[in-house]
Design a protein around this ligand. Structure first.
Ligand code: NAP
Length: 359
């Protein structure tokens, strides 16, 4: 089969003919129809992100595909089924604290790397092998729409955070990084899930205006000034009442005081979910005042990816017409143009834009 290979960090991906993966018990072979290229893929492949990804490797984090073959223990999946290949692979011998690898992308800790040695290659190939439970049926879709369905790779990450904070219909949510790729998906999802309104802070006025155009009065944009105290006050003032919860999707390049300014808008009893990665590449750590957390009964938690069992809930929002994948503008590249796709993704980052490979 044809596959894009990252032979070494800092080198362009090369297109090679490689042996198709074999199939064992507990595994499914999937023909990759569309695979998303995140805006920061170039940072991963250059080594700038310092992701744990041993080379050479077929990279690629998640895919929409069709089942080619199933292992002997699959009871429902059939060849031809359309599936979302969930990249979040968990070890099966540690139910309480499973090791995790993001297939074709990165790993967490020593256990994650051990798992990665087996579930190593990702989606930038004609077919891939995934654990059976990671091939999640999405129902029949039009093949031409497979690229647009890659939006669920982004949406599921956002959904993981909203489930972690137990967002309830009628609540007011603040999304830090709302003008970005994952942040804007969080906005769309929270409104679909019945949030009363979403506070959307950002520096990019054109994107803030676009969000307002898309979502109307339940979207409350706030232009950030860079001064933490001013910004916290502006975010609070934009809300119709107390802010119940916030989700952070600021990338590692952003300083901790921007994240802190957004977190400290929360009401008493408020919940913060941290997902963007501030501090991952060094810099000031996120310090939050102990007395403020204590006196205000604040919950702060991190979230990495999502539980596979959450996927049907998100599919329900789409299939029930509550969440419109039509928001996403898709640019597709053939596998042979993988390096163009990576460059395009970097220069076309931001809300509701998808760069997709069609192997
Ligand atoms: N936890 C997880 O499971 C998980 C999964 C996938 C990805 N992630 C992480 O999520 C992060 C976000 O990715 P993305 O693709 O959404 O990034 P993105 O599209 O580049 O968005 C970045 C956001 O940060 C804002 N921002 C940047 N610098 C800022 C500053 N100085 N002050 C205020 N806002 C600033 C941008 O707003 P303006 O341009 O308006 O300023 C924009 O809203 C990445 O770091 C990624 O690694 C986490």
């Amino acid at each position: 089969m044809r596959a894009a290979i990252l032979k070494d960090f800092g080198k362009p991906l090369s297109l090679d003919e490689v042996a198709a993966p074999g199939l064992g018990t507990g595994e499914v072979l999937v023909d990759v129809i569309a695979a998303p290229v995140p805006s920061y893929a170039g940072e991963v492949f250059s080594g700038a992100r310092r992701y744990l990804l041993p080379t050479p490797v077929i990279p690629g984090c998640g895919a929409i595909g069709q089942v080619r073959a199933v292992g002997p223990d699959a009871t429902r999946l059939q060849p031809g089924d359309w599936v979302f290949c969930d990249s979040t692979v968990r070890s099966r011998d540690g139910a309480l604290t499973p090791d995790i690898t993001l297939q074709g992308w990165s790993a967490r800790g020593e256990g994650g790397q051990k798992l990665q040695r087996y579930f190593r290659d990702g989606a930038y190939a004609q077919s891939m092998r995934v654990p059976t439970e990671n091939a999640v049926p999405i129902g029949a879709i039009e093949p031409a729409e497979a690229g647009r369905w890659c939006a669920i790779a982004v949406l599921m990450v956002a959904y993981g955070g909203l489930l972690a904070m137990q967002l309830r219909a009628g609540e007011t949510l603040l999304v830090s990084g709302a003008t970005g790729n994952f942040g804007s998906a969080t906005v769309a999802l929270a409104l679909a899930m019945g949030a009363r309104c979403v506070i959307a802070p950002g520096r990019n006025v054109a994107v803030l205006d676009d969000l307002r155009r898309r979502f109307g009065e339940r979207l409350l944009p706030v232009r950030l000034t860079g001064d933490a105290a001013t910004d916290t006050e502006a975010m609070r003032r934009a809300a119709p009442g107390p802010i119940d919860a916030m989700q952070d999707f600021l990338p590692p390049s952003v300083s901790a005081n921007v994240a802190r300014a957004a977190i400290m808008t929360l009401r008493q009893g408020g919940r913060a979910v941290l997902m963007g990665g501030v501090g991952m590449l060094g810099g000031e750590d996120l310090a939050l005042p102990y007395p403020w957390i204590m006196r205000n009964l604040i919950t702060v938690r991190g979230q990495w990816m999502y539980d596979t069992v959450a996927i049907p809930g998100m599919l329900g929002l789409i299939q029930g017409g509550l969440l419109d994948l039509g928001h996403w503008a898709v640019t597709e590249f053939p596998l042979a143009a993988v390096n163009d796709a990576v460059a395009h993704a970097a220069t076309h980052a931001g809300p509701f834009r998808l760069t997709v490979l069609r192997p």
